[in-house]
Design a protein around this ligand. Structure first.
Ligand code: FAD
Length: 435
C-alpha cells in the first residue's frame, strides 16, 4: 500500500484530495508554488502586463489566477462546498449572498484547510518542477521541487496526485488576417477591471460563463461591445437588455482595412479584441512516455483521472469541467484515495485503455471535437454518479441536478442581475421576501 503521497497544488482540488488521502490513513505532502493555499480563488490583482495574451506560460512571474475583481461565483453556494463541509448556511468572510464573491470562497477554503488538518501539510512556495518514475524504486515517483531559496531538491513518493489547475494558460485562436490588426489584444486571463475599456469599441471572442460576465461588465464603460460566438447563431443582433451589446457569429477575419468581419457578414471597426476563449491544460513538470496533451485532450486517462499505464500511483484531480466543480473534485479525490489505500480497485490496464478508446469513439461518432474531451456536459451528473458508485456512495440528490440546470438557464438569460434575482426568488419562495 502506498504510504507517502505528493499532491501538486493547494487549490480546491489539492486541498480536498489531501483531506481524502489523510482520511484513508496515508501520509501527504502538498506542494504549492504560491505563498498561500486556495488556488484560483486567491484573487491576484496582477496580470501579465507585458504579455496580455500570456503566450509564454513559463515566463518568470507568470500569473496563475484568472479571476477578475468583481467575480462572484456562477453557482449558488448550495452547489459550492464539500459534502460534509458545506458553504450553504454558513458565512466565512461576511459575504452571505447566494452567489458570493471570490473572497468568501477563499475564506471557505482557508477554513476547510484548517479544520481538515490539511493546512499543516501544505508546503508553501514550493514549486514542483519535475515528476518522474523513480528508477530502481519499484513503482515509486521522484518529485523535484524548488524551495523558496531557489534550490531544487528531490524526494521519492509512493504516489503523486496532480492538482495544478487548468484555468491559467490561455487558448488563443488564430484569426485569419490577424496581421492586419493594429489594435490591442488581451485574453480574459489578464482581465481584472472594466475601466481600461472606457469609450472603446471592443470585440469579445467567446461567450460562455466568463465571456458573458465580462462582456456585460465592460458594456457599462465601453462605447460598443461586439460579441463573436459560434454557438449563438440563433440570437444574432443587439441584446435587448443592453444599449450597446451585439452578438455576432464567429470572427471570419480581420480585413485588409483592419476592421473585424464576422461570419454572418457584418463588419465593425474596433479598438480591442478580448479573448474569452478558454484555457489549455499544461503540465510543465511532466514528461512521460505515452501521456500527452493533444488538442487539449490529456490522454489516455481513465475517467479523466488515472493514466492506465501509470495507475494507480499517478492520478489527476480536477481536469473535468462543466459540472458541479467542488463536488466533482471531492468525488474524484475519494476515488483516488480509496484506490491508493486499497479499499477500491481499478480494472486492468487493458480494460482501462478499452474504456478510454470507447470514450474517444463515442465522441467521434457524436462529432465532438477532441478539445472537448474533458467537458462533462451534458453527462456531468452521470459521471458524478459513476464516481460515487466507485466508493460506495449514493447518487447525486435530484435537487442538485435541478439547481444546476436552473443556473445554466439563468446565465443564458444574459441578465447580469441573475444572481441577485435568484436570491429574491429564493426569499419569495421561502416566504421571507418582500413579495
Ligand atoms: P486551481 O484553483 O487553479 O489551483 C491549482 C493550484 O496549483 C494553484 O494554487 C497553483 O499555484 C498550484 N500549482 C500549479 N502548478 C504548480 C506546481 N508546479 N507546483 C506547485 N503548485 C502548483 N468554479 C466553481 O465551482 N464555481 C465558480 O463560480 C467558478 N468560477 C470561476 C471563474 C473563473 C474566472 C475561473 C478561471 C474559474 C472558475 N471556477 C469556478 C473554476 C475554478 O478553477 C475551480 O473552482 C477551482 O479553483 C479548481 O481548483 P484546482 O485546485 O483544480 O485548480
Amino acid at each position: 500500500m502506498p504510504r507517502m503521497v505528493a499532491v501538486v497544488g493547494a487549490g480546491p482540488a489539492g486541498l480536498v484530495a489531501a483531506r481524502q488521502l489523510l482520511r484513508e490513513g496515508l501520509h501527504v505532502a502538498v506542494f504549492e508554488k504560491s505563498g498561500r493555499a486556495g488556488g484560483t480563488w486567491a484573487y491576484d490583482p496582477r496580470a501579465d502586463a507585458d504579455d496580455p495574451l500570456s503566450r509564454d506560460p513559463g515566463a518568470p512571474g507568470a500569473v496563475h489566477g484568472s479571476l477578475y475583481a468583481s467575480l462572484r461565483t456562477n453557482l449558488p453556494r448550495d452547489l459550492m462546498g464539500f459534502s460534509d463541509f458545506p458553504m450553504a448556511g454558513r458565512v466565512f468572510a461576511g459575504d452571505a449572498r447566494a452567489f458570493p464573491g471570490h473572497r468568501e470562497v477563499l475564506a471557505f477554503l482557508d477554513a476547510f484547510a484548517e479544520e481538515s488538518g490539511v493546512a499543516a501539510r501544505v508546503r508553501l512556495r514550493s514549486e514542483v518542477v519535475r515528476v518522474a518514475p523513480a528508477l530502481g524504486h519499484g513503482e515509486r515517483w521522484v518529485v523535484a521541487w524548488r524551495r523558496e531559496d531557489g534550490e531544487v531538491v528531490e524526494e521519492v513518493f509512493d504516489a503523486v496526485v496532480v492538482c495544478n489547475g487548468h484555468w491559467t494558460v490561455p487558448m488563443v485562436p488564430k484569426i485569419r488576417g490577424i496581421d492586419n490588426w493594429s489594435g490591442k489584444q488581451i485574453h480574459s486571463h489578464n482581465y481584472r477591471t472594466p475601466e481600461p475599456f472606457r469609450d472603446q469599441n471592443v470585440v469579445v471572442v467567446g461567450f460562455s460563463a466568463s465571456g458573458i460576465d465580462i462582456a456585460l461588465e465592460i458594456s457599462h464603460f465601453a462605447k460598443e461591445v461586439h460579441v463573436a460566438d459560434r454557438y449563438s447563431k440563433d440570437r444574432l443582433g443587439k441584446i435587448a437588455l443592453y444599449k450597446n451589446v451585439w452578438i455576432h457569429a464567429e470572427v471570419d477575419c480581420i480585413q485588409d482595412d483592419g476592421k473585424v468581419r464576422f461570419a454572418e457578414g457584418s463588419v465593425v471597426a474596433a479598438d480591442i479584441i478580448l479573448y474569452c476563449t478558454g484555457y489549455r491544460y499544461h503540465f510543465p513538470f511532466l514528461d512521460l512516455d505515452g501521456l500527452t496533451v493533444d488538442d487539449n485532450r490529456v490522454g489516455p486517462l481513465y475517467k479523466h483521472v488515472f493514466p492506465p499505464k501509470y495507475a494507480p500511483n499517478l492520478s489527476f484531480v480536477g481536469l473535468a469541467y462543466k459540472t458541479i466543480v467542488f463536488q466533482t473534485l471531492e468525488q474524484e479525490s475519494k476515488w483516488v484515495a480509496a484506490v491508493l489505500s486499497g479499499r477500491a480497485t481499478l480494472p486492468s490496464e487493458e480494460d482501462m485503455m478499452a474504456a478510454v478508446r470507447e470514450h474517444y469513439q463515442l465522441m467521434e461518432e457524436a462529432g465532438r471535437p477532441k478539445r472537448h474531451t474533458h467537458t462533462l456536459s451534458p453527462q456531468w451528473a452521470e459521471h458524478m454518479n459513476w464516481l460515487a458508485g466507485q466508493v460506495g456512495e449514493p447518487p447525486l440528490e435530484p435537487w442538485k441536478r435541478e439547481m444546476f440546470d436552473r443556473v445554466l438557464g439563468s446565465i443564458l438569460t444574459l441578465d447580469e442581475a441573475y444572481r441577485d434575482r435568484w436570491e429574491q426568488e429564493e426569499d419569495r419562495d421561502s416566504g421571507t421576501g418582500a413579495h
